[in-house]
Design a protein around this ligand. Structure first.
Ligand code: EGV
Length: 380
């Protein structure tokens, strides 16, 4: 356990803040799914021994292809690659990210990275020696990227929907960005870990990327969507001519992921396609409404991402410090996430906001929001 010495030395990165919350019954910190299983999902968990027996009997390649097809089709990614080696299954999207980063670092020096975003992305990229150039989320959405920026990097990395803002790169924006990357021979990498929550992110990204002719990498994640006790897959997907040693670096790290987990993902994807995904969207919207309802009339408080459908909600605390509020809230045994570290190039920009996880039972979202309300009203 990291001792809480003072407001400024609580934790070194966002995940360390998330560790502090892991054993609390009011953990609203990490973005992993911790709500109860739905009835349909419970049946799939009961089916696990049969999925095990079936997976043992089938070629891994087949189990993997079925899981990929079910997941990509669920989320509208009809043009996802199917040929050998184009979709690498990893234990998590962070493992996929590490493999991508090591591969890129063997061919590149500099990468433009969306700002803000979850801090393990810049940390992993810096960890392999890449130079990072911040790409402001606003600037990304405002129009074309600066040619000077594009000439100074070998890769552009965008999280969409972004974490923590929920902002989605629309189809027209992706098309233009991919075109610009093609013109400058810059690799375009997307992290779509929160894709499942927002239908605006369900247009066929692979069709757009393929048509652009750019070299591209996409990191997909099943880990945010279903409360599966950290059983999940991160998929590392790439264009045919990506020019990075992804498969070689993958082979340094992994032989493969569990066919049992892959089978479970296939079944959960089918359940989602049969109505579970729409239920999940309603569930997250309900939890978002709980947060906004309980905190809405607190003076000098704002919700900066009104259109977000991601499973996290940012709260702008006005002139209060996010770390001070986090500390006061933790004394009620409620844990959220202070946002300064999302702003990896300029933490000051996140000093006055908190992120609240919505993939929780509605009762914990309500209890946590009430505690936050008390803390905020007391601090006036
Ligand atoms: C979120 C946890 C890692 C990360 C959580 C996350 N950290 N993998 N080092 O998965 O938004 O809370 O992305």
């Amino acid at each position: 356990m990291v001792p809480t010495q003072s407001e400024s030395v609580v934790a070194g990165n966002l995940t360390q803040f998330e560790y502090l919350a892991l054993n609390s019954s009011l953990n609203l910190a990490d973005g992993h799914a911790r709500q109860e299983l739905t009835a349909g999902q419970s049946l799939i968990v009961e089916e696990l021994p049969r999925l095990w027996a079936a997976a043992v009997k089938r070629p891994v390649e087949e189990v993997e292809r079925d899981a990929q097809r079910a997941y990509f089709e669920l989320l509208g990614q009809h043009s996802h690659p199917a040929d050998e080696g184009r979709v690498l299954s990893c234990y998590s999207s962070s493992v996929a990210m590490e493999i991508f980063a090591r591969s890129l670092a063997s061919r590149a020096q500099s990468i433009a990275l969306i700002h803000p975003t979850f801090d393990n992305i810049p940390d992993i990229l810096r960890g392999v020696g890449l130079r990072l150039v911040p790409l402001d989320e606003e600037a990304l959405h405002a129009g074309d990227l600066d040619d000077v920026l594009l000439r100074s990097v070998q890769c552009v990395f965008v999280t969409t929907p972004n974490n923590p803002t929920g902002r989605v790169l629309p189809e027209s924006g992706l098309r233009r960005l991919a075109q610009q990357c093609a013109e400058h021979d810059v690799v375009l990498t997307l992290d779509t870990s929160f894709r499942g929550f927002d239908p605006d992110a369900h247009y066929d990204h692979y069709a757009v990327l393929n048509a652009s002719g750019c070299r591209w990498v996409v990191i997909e994640d099943t880990g945010k969507l279903w409360p599966t006790l950290e059983l999940k897959v991160g998929w590392l997907v790439s264009s045919a001519d990506v020019g990075l040693p992804l498969a070689e670096i993958y082979s340094d790290i992994l032989l493969g992921v569990s066919p049992l987990v892959l089978s479970m993902i296939e079944r959960l994807s089918q359940d989602a396609a049969a109505g579970g995904l729409a239920d999940l969207h309603r569930f997250i919207a309900g939890n978002r409404a709980i947060v906004r309802g309980i905190l809405g009339d607190v003076p000098d408080l704002r919700f900066p991402d009104p259109a977000s459908r991601a499973s996290v909600e940012r709260v702008d605390l006005g002139d209060r410090s996010g770390l001070a509020v986090w500390t006061a809230l933790s004394k009620h045994n409620v844990f959220a996430l202070p946002c300064h570290k999302f702003h990896w190039a300029d933490p000051g920009q996140g000093d006055h906001s908190l992120r609240i996880a919505l993939s929780r039972t509605p009762s914990s979202v309500a209890a946590g929001s009430k505690a936050l309300r008390t803390v905020l009203l007391d601090s006036r």
